[in-house]
Design a protein around this ligand. Structure first.
Ligand SMILES: Cc1cc2nc3c(=O)[nH]c(=O)nc-3n(C[C@H](O)[C@H](O)[C@H](O)COP(=O)(O)O)c2cc1C
Length: 200
């Protein structure tokens, strides 16, 4: 599959068949993710892959609990919606958690690192974004479906503990992966005219 087809066919997949994914494929996806550009080539990522059903169910429970604690007393449908989108990985055969460690900048010896990081708009988080996109596009190319997950970060502390993520690493994001079960619904993308400015 060429890159254009992978880009055009990629969709956020939220329903998965229960079939397990071969470990060789999971490793290949992570390897391709790790080829992404990163600030100063720091490769600030670590991929923690969970395939154990019970562990995924436990993690989903943690997230359900935390969502309800955070929105306690909410009488609207917001909690229900947030809860759904935060736990769509519940039935996925694979969940890939991605942790990041701080990068070093050449200018660290001149000004505080946090200032550099702020000035450069958190380039290690940007690096992780590039890695995740590599992973998502590779998943399409390999016949899988995936969904980027940030809703579950509501339970970050609990997740870091259960996944054994320790400082200086921090959990940043996750991806659900599996064989797609059905077609995702339609989604609208902005027109080019709305998002494009040319300074010629
Ligand atoms: C940083 C990021 C976080 C996301 N977090 C979630 C999430 O927690 N749950 C979810 O169902 N989808 C999540 N998504 C998927 C988006 O909802 C999805 O990309 C968007 O609706 C567009 O649909 P498409 O991916 O099919 O083009 C996330 C996407 C990104 C880029």
């Amino acid at each position: 599959m060429d890159i254009r087809t992978a880009i055009e066919n990629r969709r956020s997949i939220r329903k998965f068949k229960p079939d397990p994914i071969p470990l060789t494929d999971i490793k290949e996806l992570v390897r391709r993710a790790s080829l992404a550009p990163s600030v100063n080539n720091s490769q600030p990522w670590h991929f923690i892959v969970v395939t154990k059903k019970e562990k995924i169910a436990d993690i989903a429970q943690m997230v359900h609990k935390k969502v309800h604690a955070v929105f306690e007393g909410d009488k609207t449908n917001v909690t229900k919606t947030v809860d759904y989108f935060s736990t769509i990985f519940e039935k996925a055969p694979v969940v890939i958690f991605i942790a990041a460690e701080p990068y070093e900048a050449i200018a660290d010896e001149l000004i505080p690192h946090d200032r550099i990081d702020e000035m450069r708009q958190r380039p290690n988080i940007q690096s992780l974004g590039a890695a995740v996109e590599n992973l998502l596009l590779s998943a399409v190319e390999m016949g899988y479906g995936a969904c980027w997950l940030s809703g579950l970060m509501v339970a970050r502390a609990e997740l870091e503990q259960t996944l054994g993520i320790e400082a200086p690493f921090e959990l940043m994001t996750a991806v659900a992966l599996g064989l797609p079960d059905g077609e995702p619904g339609r989604r609208k993308k902005k027109d080019l005219a709305e998002i494009f400015t040319l300074i010629d």
